[in-house]
Write a protein that binds this ligand. Structure first.
Ligand code: HSE
Length: 310
């Protein structure tokens, strides 16, 4: 059993337009790194957090990684403790699953440190507890792809039933993160809790279409299915320039484009890396026209989930 491990876990795009709270996928970058080490005394100690501009709590009861690891240690009945050092590569409030990634990196790292008493998919409920602390709900659509890699579907929350989906070989993703911040908690509070039947029909048609498109590598079907008639009309109001950026992505060759998670990042899917680069630049330029600077990430769909670096 090693005494210390360093783990990298990557960011995720949740919702993917048509699958609010149930669909997500992992990208290669950005990501968070965590060092986990054993200590003789029980409990979780967060020794340091960097890359967060001092904004995240060191109190393990309030920190997404701290809470997840604590729940995990209680579950397996570990009588000693762990110390962690967290490096945040994912900006907070970016829509890239920042809180979920830290939780995933934490439980994945500690489970590996302790000789893997639980299987990877068994770590999901603990990482969800971290998400509950961060955003008020234990949604799993960022946690699942960050932990398992690829595209994942939350078929059911109660009981939790997570399905890993196929990824078509050519798929690429462009993510543009504007210099804005949206807190998930607030972006959930603005949503209506009733959905008109006609909109629900459109949405579940698109979700089913998207999943069929993944399974059959039908890129046109994927593009047609990247539509959100329920959440996007509400949340896009929080992102100045949203419509112009989306149109720029489509004009540059994206299959489809939408809000990543609760925003403000936008994602676009393309069928190759070169187009993904062009789409990313087009989105960045469209934001700049609104005087908003942004950062572009071009990535394949990350299949491996968290990795042990050392
Ligand atoms: N499904 C969640 C939401 C993802 O849209 O609120 C947030 O990261």
């Amino acid at each position: 059993m090693s005494k210390q491990l360093r783990v990298f876990a990557s960011a995720t795009v949740a919702n993917v337009s048509c699958g609010f709270d149930v669909l997500g996928f992992a990208i290669d970058q950005p990501g968070d790194e965590i060092t986990v080490r054993m200590r003789e005394e029980p409990g979780v100690v967060i020794k340091s957090i960097t890359g967060d501009e001092g904004r995240l709590p060191l109190d393990p009861e309030k920190n997404t990684a701290g809470v997840s690891i604590k729940k995990y240690l209680e579950h397996i009945g570990f009588d000693r403790g762990v110390e962690i050092e967290l490096y945040k590569g994912i900006p907070i409030g970016s829509g890239l699953g920042s809180s979920a990634t830290s939780a995933v990196a934490g439980v994945f790292g500690v489970n590996a440190l302790l000789g893997k008493p639980l299987k990877r998919e068994e770590l999901l409920p603990f990482a969800r507890e971290g998400e509950r602390v961060a955003s008020g709900t234990a949604h799993a659509d960022n946690i699942a792809p960050s932990l398992l890699g690829g595209f994942t579907l939350i078929r059911s929350y109660d009981p939790l039933d997570v399905v890993k989906l196929k990824t078509p070989a050519q798929l690429y993703c462009s993510v543009v993160l504007p210099e804005l911040e949206v807190q998930t908690k607030m972006a959930r509070e603005i949503l209506q809790d009733q959905i008109p039947l006609d909109k629900a029909v459109v949405q579940w048609g698109n979700l089913a279409g998207f999943i069929a498109g993944l399974t059959t590598s039908d890129y046109d079907l994927l593009g047609r299915s990247l539509q959100d008639v329920i959440i996007e009309p509400e949340r896009s109001k929080l992102i100045p320039g949203f419509e112009a950026v989306k149109q720029a992505a489509l004009a540059a060759g994206a299959l489809g484009c939408g809000i990543s998670g609760s925003g403000p990042s936008l994602f676009a899917l393309t069928i190759d890396k070169k187009t993904a680069g062009k789409v990313g630049e087009a989105m960045k330029t469209a934001f700049l026209r609104k005087q908003i600077r942004s950062k572009v990430y071009i990535s394949g769909i990350n299949q491996q989930g968290p990795v042990i670096l050392s």
